[in-house]
Write a protein that binds this ligand. Structure first.
Ligand code: FAD
Ligand code: SF4
Ligand code: SF4
Ligand code: SF4
Length: 418
């Protein structure tokens, strides 16, 4: 029997996290970019001993996902799973200059900074923007070991992150704070509990509550449809904020060069970002089947304070779901401004997304994508949009893809409502 992660790659469920490479003792896995620029593991069967460790570590193995979806289907309110036995807070960094650099309220950075300055963690495992051109990866993993680094590498990276190299640098006896999408946090929690190489390493986990993620071509498509120059290396902040914003919803897409030249700084409703994101252009196939919105396995989960709060504070606020009492104390002491939220406020917050991901999870595994259930839930539309955008952009370029996707999105909408 083959016990490798090849099945995850064949099922197109790989989220590019690199955990399989991290656990392979025989150096049989290489992370390689596929035809759509996604970073998939490739196994060297000359070296592979079929030990099964990579599959055990993989958070996106299809039977594991299906089992989660089955469990959810037996619950009364699957969209609320992940909120049980937790405390909920609205929080923001009082330092406006730092908060404006962050994605929402800067809560993640403030908590990590507090833990680091108290000597409670030795470093932070998170993400960073990369300099590059069209076709390159725009974000990567990093291990920050100074307060300055923790405070500098903020905001959201809308691209899967390969953590294999960073995880190989962790030292026994040390404690780290790690951010990641819920799938990666599920994988890390599993490693901490079951892999003996992680026995003497402590990781406090922070899930970035996640609707879905997109591959690196999403950024390329955005820059091309906005006709940006690709002559010099650039970086992108897809969640740029400033003092001119009317509300937190109106963040900008900021693309800049090394010498500080602005290539674009456009409201996300005007750049095309919102439409491309909302309709799952370039979405990872794995995200279409993902049954976790709330990051149920994490010590702490953090999201944007959408809804009424976006208009109340244009600089952005974070919503936190805290499941660990030790972290709760650190949160109180971190210096964040906060308000406690109650169950009534939280139970149906951003409801459409957890309903799509958690309540409808089982139908994605048990019914065809074009079944009535999957059409009505939007799965079929997202499935087609994700596949077509990747295929078209690769074969016919940005301009034709832009117009064809308008037609495809309309057709799939019609199929959704009939
Ligand atoms: C792909 C993705 C989809 C999301 N979807 C939603 C959504 O649908 N609804 C919602 O409310 N919120 C969503 N979020 C969460 C939201 O964007 C913020 O991450 C969250 O509110 C924390 O904001 P903050 O200001 O407290 O964090 P910050 O203080 O800005 O700190 C964020 C930290 O997370 C790290 N980080 C960023 N992206 C990644 C990544 N991909 N992997 C690992 N580390 C990372 C940064 O390096 C930084 O240290 C999503 C986030 C991501 C990455
Ligand atoms: S089965 Fe074992 S040896 Fe083979 S790739 Fe996976 S972890 Fe490495
Ligand atoms: S999801 Fe992660 S662990 Fe699974 S195959 Fe992909 S890179 Fe490896
Ligand atoms: S939607 Fe799920 S699989 Fe995709 S990045 Fe988020 S947690 Fe991971």
């Amino acid at each position: 029997m083959v016990s490798t992660i090849e099945s995850t790659v064949k099922n197109n469920l790989c989220i590019n996290c690199g955990l399989c490479k991290t656990v392979c003792k025989f150096d049989a896995i290489k992370m390689t970019r596929n035809e759509y620029g996604e970073i998939n593991p490739v196994i060297d069967y000359e070296k592979c001993k079929n030990c099964g460790q990579c599959l055990k570590a993989c958070p996106m193995d299809k039977p594991k996902l299906e089992a989660i979806a089955q469990d959810l289907s037996k619950m009364e309110n699957p969209h609320r799973h992940g909120l049980e036995d937790s405390k909920y807070y609205l929080a923001w960094d009082k330092n406006d200059e730092q908060r404006l650099k962050c994605c929402s309220g800067g809560a993640v950075t403030k908590i990590a900074s507090y833990l680091f300055s108290q000597g409670k963690i030795d470093g932070m495992i998170h993400s960073e923007r990369l300099w590059g051109h069209k076709g390159d990866l725009h974000y990567g993993a990093r291990l920050s070991t100074t307060l300055e680094e923790i405070k500098e590498h903020v905001s959201s990276s809308y691209q899967p992150i390969d953590f294999s190299e960073v995880l190989s640098k962790l030292e026994k006896g040390k404690t780290y704070f790690m951010t990641g999408t819920p799938c990666v946090i599920r994988g890390i929690k599993n490693l901490l509990q079951s892999n003996k190489d992680f026995k003497d390493i402590k990781i406090i986990t922070c899930a970035l509550i996640c609707s879905h993620n997109t591959n690196s071509k999403f950024v390329d498509f955005l820059t091309e449809t906005n006709k940006l120059s690709d002559n010099e290396p650039w970086q992108v902040d897809m969640r740029a904020k400033d003092n001119t914003m009317s509300d937190a919803n109106n963040f900008k897409n900021y693309v800049y060069t090394k010498d500080g030249k602005t290539l674009m700084n456009k409201n996300r409703f005007k750049s095309g970002w919102t439409k491309f994101w909302r309709f799952y252009y370039f979405a990872m196939n794995s995200c279409l089947y993902c049954p976790d919105f709330w990051g149920v396995d994490a010590d702490i989960s953090v999201k944007d304070a959408w809804g009424k709060w976006a208009g109340e504070d244009a600089k952005g606020q974070s919503i936190l779901v805290i499941r660990n009492n030790e972290i709760l104390n650190d949160f109180f002491n971190s210096g964040l401004e906060y308000e406690e939220l109650d169950w009534e406020t939280m139970k149906d917050h951003q409801k459409a997304t957890p309903v799509y991901k958690q309540s409808n999870a089982i139908y994605k595994f048990t019914q065809k994508p074009y079944s009535k259930k999957n059409r009505k839930s939007r799965f079929f539309r997202y499935y087609i949009n994700s596949k077509c955008s990747k295929f078209l952009y690769k074969h016919v370029g940005a301009t034709i893809t832009y117009y064809l996707m308008k037609i495809i999105n309309t057709l799939t909408y019609v199929l959704e409502v009939i």
